[in-house]
Ligand binder design. Structure first.
Ligand code: SAM
Length: 208
């Protein structure tokens, strides 16, 4: 089955966990790669909708997996040690995390947009980022590894990532973001230009 670099990267990050919960599993591609590579032994595949979950069942039939129709965590009764919430918008991920169970779980989060909204939410809601990764797979994708805990982020951290900002592989991504801002600024109104300039400066300072 053809799988993207993003899916393979997420699967690689499941290594060493006991039971992995994949929220919004869709066709179960992350779990299927993780099982194939021998990184995990059991999992919960969950989705809001029945149709993708049935497809996941077909793709994952060889493996010991529970299938649950659930809106986020609402109908997840089994224990897990890692939850993956990937390939969704930042606001949807924050809505799902609002109902995350308490306890010692880890989370792999990959928002398709507005990573700064997700980082701000995490800081304000008792989550702490323990690692960050970037991959380029046509687009840039940032993946956050998160646990429960206290974290204080400044403006630079929110935009660049508290851990990602020290990784050399993030520089081309910051370069891309700075260029995108330059294009947006051409047609932006005065008030917006001020905040765009501030963001642009933060990205630029980290490219040098
Ligand atoms: C674009 S797919 C992402 C699939 C996969 N996680 C990935 O990273 O490629 C989003 C999936 O999330 C599911 N979804 C959307 N909202 C959800 C929610 N509140 N709870 C569980 N699943 C949800 C959708 O049905 C869809 O299958």
């Amino acid at each position: 089955m053809a799988r993207s670099k993003r899916i393979e990267f997420l699967a690689d990050l499941t290594r060493g966990y006991n039971k992995v919960l994949d929220i919004g599993t869709d066709h179960g591609l992350v779990l299927s790669s993780a099982f194939e590579k021998g990184y995990i032994k059991s999992a919960i595949a969950s989705d809001l909708r029945e149709k993708p979950l049935n497809q996941a069942k077909k793709n994952l039939r060889k493996y010991p997996i529970s299938y649950v129709i659930s809106d986020g965590f609402s109908d997840i009764k089994e224990e897990f040690d890692l939850a993956i919430i990937a390939g969704m918008g930042a606001y949807l991920i924050t809505n799902i995390l609002d109902h995350a169970p308490s306890g010692h779980h880890e989370y792999l989060l990959q928002a398709n947009d507005k990573i700064e909204i997700l980082r701000t939410y995490l800081m304000n809601n008792g989550f702490s980022i323990v690692d960050e990764f970037i991959i380029h797979d046509r687009f840039y994708y940032v993946i956050l590894k998160v646990i429960r805990g206290k974290m204080i982020l400044n403006e630079d951290d929110i935009l660049l990532g508290p851990i990602l900002k020290s990784k050399p592989e993030a520089k081309p991504y910051y370069q891309r973001k700075a260029r995108q801002i330059e294009k947006i600024m051409v047609n932006a109104d005065e008030k917006r230009v001020e905040s765009l300039k501030k963001m642009h400066k933060i990205y630029k300072n980290h490219i040098l």
